[in-house]
Design a protein around this ligand. Structure first.
Ligand code: HSE
Length: 428
């Protein structure tokens, strides 16, 4: 029996969904008893070139053609962004249609309202593709790993920044040059800010943390630092001390307090996340029963994203066949989120200082006064009378670090603090 589907948007992801749904229709019918058929596609411009040749799918610019079509039971949203996607999804749910979306911006900020609307209307919303593209992350966290108390979620969840940092590491080039090249090759957007400033990763961390820690988590509770300030010098020093720099999205729960950070981080080369290069994504998960797990794969792209979307579609079809709603359970738990209370970590600091007797002693004194112990110190003369000092501290709490940084800023022989980044522990 055919099951009619309405698709919102027909860009890169939408085109992949059309292609994969057609390719797998027979298998899906064998599994679920329903043959998925995309009958209508909502687009803005009927004349625009599509990434896939359309056959029986009817293009329309009228929302009502889809939302008021009683035979359409499932809506797949691939428009992205907040509006009009949000209004369309809410209207679809109110029209008792199941919704599948790849929209992390929307789920990160309005996920609770959307899930609540689905619950009130007895239909489901699935969003596996919103984080990590093809990599199964939402369902494992929501189902397979539910028996665990998850203490850590650490991931590389933005392909654009991972591509840029990987190229900086391979070639020794600076951020601006690699970004320009990535834009020319189509790996980075012409406006790259949501990727390079860390917001895309923060949205994904918000979704992962909500499900993984089973708690209400808001996007504005994530402390975010992007990668614009990472220099070729930092990449080279990181390598000298056995690390690579990655934009890590890290969530942890300790004694009931959740902390969430997205920031460039020195990852020891022995850590599994250090080997995740180019545009790949990965998530490291630590559960009290399961131990350590690592998920790895393609985080974006037409068919990789469609793989997750059509996987959700199969789940919806199964639920329709079984006569159950398949609702995402609403998370109602409120836990303490204080990202400033993240656990003590080693830190990397790069400073320009005056190259004269007694400067090291002053810096060592400042660290000692703030109860910060130094693990590694490197010094390079960079110009007449000036030196660059790289320090790796032992584990330091955010409060201790802040106190040391304030004292360093006030010290006359410290000319500039260029970089401060955490250093991940080798075993995760
Ligand atoms: N802009 C994202 C990235 C892809 O670079 O990973 C979609 O989530």
């Amino acid at each position: 029996m055919d099951l009619q589907i309405g698709l919102l948007g027909c860009g890169t992801v939408g085109g992949g969904v059309v292609e994969l749904t057609r390719r797998r229709a027979e298998k899906i019918e064998a599994i679920t008893g329903r043959r998925p058929v995309i009958t209508h596609i909502l687009v803005r411009d009927l004349a625009k070139q599509r990434p896939v040749a359309l056959e029986h799918e009817q293009l329309t610019t009228r929302v009502a053609d889809i939302l008021e079509e009683p035979n359409i039971q499932v809506i797949i949203e691939t428009i992205g962004g907040i509006e009009p996607a949000k209004s369309l999804i809410l209207s679809a749910l109110k029209a008792k249609k199941h919704v599948i979306t790849a929209n992390k911006d929307l789920i990160a900020v309005h996920g609770a309202e959307i899930l609540e609307t689905a619950e009130q209307n007895g239909v489901s919303v699935f969003f596996e593709a919103a984080v990590g593209g093809a990599i199964p992350l939402i369902r494992p966290l929501k189902e397979s790993l539910t028996a665990n108390a998850i203490s850590d979620l650490k991931g590389i969840v933005n392909g654009t920044t991972n591509y840029i940092l990987s190229k900086m590491t391979e070639t020794g080039a600076d951020f601006d040059d690699v970004l320009k090249e990535a834009q020319e090759l189509g790996y980075a957007e012409s406006d790259p800010s949501s990727d390079v400033d860390g917001l895309d990763a923060a949205r994904k961390l918000t979704i992962l943390a909500t499900i993984g820690f089973h708690a209400k988590v808001r996007l504005d509770e994530v402390i975010v630092t992007g990668i614009r300030a990472v220099t070729a010098a930092d990449v080279a020093y990181a390598s000298e001390i056995g690390c690579v720099i990655k934009l890590l999205a890290a969530g942890s729960e300790r004694d009931g307090v959740i902390s969430l950070n997205v920031r460039p981080t020195l990852v020891p080369k022995a850590h599994p996340l250090a080997h995740v290069s180019d545009a790949y994504n990965a998530l490291f998960v630590r559960g009290d029963a399961a131990g350590d797990l690592m998920f790895f794969g393609r985080g974006a792209g037409s068919l990789p994203t469609a793989s997750a979307v059509v996987g959700d579609l199969i789940e919806v079809l199964r639920n329709i066949e079984l006569g159950v709603s398949g609702n995402e359970p609403l998370i109602r738990l409120q836990k303490v989120v204080n990202s400033k209370l993240s656990e003590p970590l080693k830190h990397y600091l790069r400073l320009s200082v005056e190259d004269k007797p007694g400067v090291f002693a002053k810096i060592a004194g400042i660290f000692g006064d703030s109860d910060v112990s130094m693990e590694t110190v490197l010094q390079k003369r960079v110009k007449q009378g000036g030196a660059e000092v790289v320090i790796v501290t032992h584990e330091v709490s955010p409060v201790q670090l802040e106190s040391a940084l304030l004292a360093l800023q006030a010290e006359q022989s410290v000319q500039e603090i260029h970089s401060v980044m955490p250093v991940e522990v080798a075993g995760g």
